[in-house]
Design a protein around this ligand. Structure first.
Ligand code: SF4
Length: 336
C-alpha cells in the first residue's frame, strides 16, 4: 500500500484534502485516527467516519512486531512482519532515532552483508515504510529516521521519497533528521535536490579503490569513489547538511594505510563526516571485525590528518545486530 492509496480511499469516500491530511497525520503520530479536535466534532463525511475502524485495522495490518530484542546500548531491534508474511528489521536507536528498512532483501549484494545474500525479494510500499515509524512511535518517541535498514533506498526511490516527504510534513520529523542512506546511484543525486523535503545523505563508501569497491559491492552502480564524493559534496553544499560517509571497517580488507591516504585525498576540505563502523561479524561470512584498538587508532589518525571521523558500533551489536542478521536467524530457526 502506498500513502497515496490511503488518500485516494479517503477522497473516494468524500473526504476533503484537509480531512485526509488530518487522518494521515494522526496515523503518522501513532494516535487514534479519530483524534484531533475537529474530527471529534463530527466534521468528517459519514462514509469516512464509518470507514475509520476498517482503515485503522488495514493500517495496523501493514506491519506488526514479530519479536523485539533489547540491546545493551539502549537500542531495540524489531523483527517486523508485513501483511504477506515477509519480514524486515527496524532498530530503535538511542536518542529517539529509528532505522527503517526499505526493501525485503537487497539487490546490491554487498559480499559482507546477510541481506545481500538472497538478492531482492520485494519492494516495500511507502505506507509500509511509514508503518515502521508508527510501530516504533507506539513504543517511544521518534525524532530521527535513518533509511539504513534492509535494502538499498535508491532501488525503491519512488516509495522512499514518498515516505520521506510524508514524514517530513505530516510525520513532524525535521528534514535534516531524515537520513537517506545509499551506496550511491546517480538517480539519487538527480531526484533528492528536487523534492520538497530534502533529507540528509549518508553515502556508504567502504573503500576508495574503484576495483575493490566493485568486488565488495558487486551490483552497486559503478561510480568511481572520487566522483561519488564530488556528487555528495554538491548535495551537501546545496542543502547545508554535511554528507555522512559510512565505512564498514573490515580487517585486512579496507583498514590499511593506502585506504587512509585515499580517504584523506578524497575528503580533505569536504563538508563531510566519516563514520567508521567496525564490521559486525556474521556466521557463515568470511570477514573479520578489526580490534577496537585498531579501529580507534584509524579514527585517531584520520582525525589528526584533518578528517572529521567518528568511530561507531552498529546499534544492537550484542543482539546479532547487523543488517539482516535477525531476519536470517529467524528464518533459520523456522527452518526456512
Ligand atoms: Fe544491500 Fe546495504 Fe546489505 Fe549492501 S549492506 S547488500 S546495500 S542492505
Amino acid at each position: 500500500m502506498h500513502i497515496d492509496d490511503i488518500r485516494q480511499r479517503l477522497t473516494a469516500q468524500g473526504a476533503k484534502p484537509c480531512h485526509s491530511e488530518r487522518i494521515l497525520r494522526a496515523w503518522a503520530l501513532a494516535k487514534s485516527l479519530e483524534s484531533g479536535p475537529k474530527l471529534a466534532q463530527n466534521v468528517l463525511p459519514l462514509p469516512v467516519r464509518n470507514d475509520l475502524p476498517a482503515l485503522a485495522e488495514a493500517l495496523q495490518g501493514l506491519a506488526k512486531i514479530s519479536s523485539a530484542h533489547q540491546g545493551d546500548d539502549g537500542s531495540e531491534r524489531l523483527l517486523v512482519a508485513l501483511a504477506d508474511g515477509q519480514t524486515v528489521e527496524s532498530v530503535l536507536l538511542p536518542r529517539d532515532g529509528l532505522c527503517v528498512s526499505t526493501q525485503v532483501g537487497c539487490a546490491v549484494g554487498c559480499v559482507f552483508c546477510m541481506t545481500g545474500r538472497d538478492g531482492l525479494l520485494r519492494q516495500l510500499g511507502s505506507a509500509e515504510i511509514v508503518a515502521q515509524v508508527v510501530l516504533a512511535r507506539a513504543r517511544r518517541a521518534v525524532k530521527k529516521v535513518v533509511f539504513m535498514g534492509m535494502g538499498e533506498p535508491a532501488h525503491n526511490l519512488d516509495n522512499v521519497l514518498e515516505a520521506i516527504d510524508f514524514l517530513g510534513t505530516a510525520g513532524g520529523i525535521g528534514h535534516k533528521n531524515l537520513v537517506f542512506s545509499t551506496v550511491g546511484d546517480r538517480r539519487v543525486f538527480e531526484r533528492l535536490p528536487q523534492g520538497p523535503v530534502k533529507p540528509a545523505l549518508a553515502l556508504s563508501l567502504h573503500t576508495t579503490d574503484p576495483e575493490l569497491r566493485a568486488r565488495l559491492l558487486p551490483k552497486a552502480q559503478r561510480i568511481d569513489p572520487a566522483e561519488l564524493v564530488e556528487l555528495g559534496e554538491r548535495y551537501a553544499r546545496d542543502t547545508g547538511y554535511p554528507i555522512q560517509y559510512q565505512w564498514t571497517l573490515i580487517e585486512g580488507i579496507n583498514d590499511n594505510e593506502a585506504e587512509l591516504d585515499g580517504i584523506v585525498r578524497l575528503l580533505t576540505g569536504k563538508y563531510a563526516l566519516m563514520n567508521m563502523i567496525p564490521y559486525n561479524s556474521n556466521e557463515g561470512l568470511d570477514f573479520k571485525r578489526p580490534s577496537w584498538d585498531r579501529a580507534a587508532e584509524i579514527a585517531r589518525s584520520l582525525h589528526k590528518r584533518g578528517i572529521l571521523t567518528k568511530l561507531r558500533n552498529s546499534a544492537g551489536q550484542d543482539i546479532d545486530g547487523g543488517c539482516g542478521q535477525l531476519r536470517a536467524r529467524a528464518l533459520g530457526d523456522a527452518g526456512a
